[in-house]
Design a protein around this ligand. Structure first.
Ligand SMILES: Nc1ncnc2c1ncn2[C@@H]1O[C@H](COP(=O)(O)OP(=O)(O)O)[C@@H](O)[C@H]1O
Ligand SMILES: N[C@@H](CCOP(=O)(O)O)C(=O)O
Length: 320
């Protein structure tokens, strides 16, 4: 669930007076999501999302995330637009939390994405990379390889509770990834969490991207590797080559990969699987059940890490 903070009608009406969104007609909490509290608002001018940022989002990062959404939306990418307050500030305070109003995006996320959707998401990811090229602000990736090490040091002593032998297995991965992680590939603004729950579709047409709260500057091909992990594995953990081909084709139809990026895809996919395994493992071991953060199963990403260790070239992901 993701309504961590209750908001009363009176305080919401007072908050909305600062935004050019008309009068409040109704509002309700949105159960989906992980990190923040979201409400769906209906006002006399339309529908909006109210987001209250909970403590896992650094307040100092908000200008980057919100500025990026505004930049991308103005460049024609379909993503929510944060609404500027009448006082000139996009970020206000509600129920003691930093809070914003963003435009409502039509569509729904797909529980079972198909090949056609993988192609669309590949294309949209490349469009995002290109649209972000002249965004003026930068944000280092807090979950790049150094950040993984901190999570791993915290999770290591109890990792074998999830699966016996996991600590030793991941230690070996770390050693290899730290030694071989690519550094000189094309980089810029990446989404960094473009999972199916962050991509909306209307029928088979992609209607927009949401949840830019991990966005940062890092390798473009790393973002693509994250999508391979998030979109191209089946529930039985097998890799779907047809989906991989579609995702990579869709991406390259907008932004062709360099030879160095192609060669790096296996290690990037392996590192990305480790990154999502680690955040899930950390939450699995440290967040109390029934607490404020929805826990996701790390073992799905342990399986992906094992798969990527067997891959010798990007052709095995469907690259043509
Ligand atoms: N701009 C938007 N338009 C429509 N629905 C949205 C929008 N932003 C968020 N939502 C809804 O809120 C849910 C959680 O949003 P998300 O940004 O993923 O939260 P979190 O950062 O907490 O994971 C989404 O699954 C979607 O249902
Ligand atoms: N995509 C991550 C978790 C982040 O959740 P989101 O609701 O913010 O997309 C994972 O699957 O581990």
């Amino acid at each position: 669930m993701a309504v961590y903070t209750d908001v009363g009608e009176g305080e919401l009406e007072a908050f909305l007076r600062n935004y050019p969104v008309g009068e409040l007609l109704s509002y309700k909490g949105i159960a989906e999501g992980t990190e923040n509290t979201n409400f769906l608002l209906h006002t006399t001018t339309g529908s909006y999302i109210l987001t209250l940022y909970e403590k896992r989002v650094e307040k100092s990062d908000l200008p980057f995330f919100l500025g990026l959404m505004q930049h991308l939306a103005h460049k024609g990418l379909s993503c929510p637009l944060p609404v500027d307050g009448k006082d000139g500030n996009v970020i206000g305070t509600l129920a003691g939390r930093p809070a914003v109003i963003i435009t409502f995006l039509e569509g729904m996320w797909l529980r079972r994405p198909q090949v056609v959707h993988c192609r669309e998401v590949g294309r949209a990811l490349a469009e995002l990379h290109i649209a972000g090229q002249d965004f003026a602000m930068t944000r280092p990736n807090a979950l790049a390889i150094d950040g993984w090490r901190k999570l791993w040091d915290a999770a290591h002593p109890r990792a074998d509770e999830v699966e016996p032998g996991l600590a030793r297995e991941v230690d070996a991965d770390f050693a290899e990834l730290e030694k071989n992680w690519p550094k000189d590939l094309p980089s810029g603004v990446i989404h960094a969490d473009l999972f199916p729950d962050n991509v909306f579709f209307l029928g088979d047409r992609l209607s927009g991207l949401i949840d830019f709260y991990f966005a940062c500057n890092d390798l473009y091909a790393y973002d693509l590797a994250t999508c391979l992990n998030a979109w191209c594995f089946e529930k039985d953990f097998s890799f779907n080559l047809t989906k991989g081909t579609a995702l990579l084709d869709g991406y390259q139809s907008v932004r062709p990969l360099s030879e160095a990026e192609k060669a790096a895809l296996p290690i990037l996919a392996r590192g990305s699987a480790l990154r999502f395994m680690l955040t899930r493992l950390y939450d699995w071991l440290t967040v109390p059940d029934g607490g404020l953060v929805m826990k996701r199963d790390p073992s799905e990403y342990i399986r992906r890490m094992r798969f990527h260790r067997t891959i010798k070239s990007a052709q095995e992901y469907g690259l043509k």
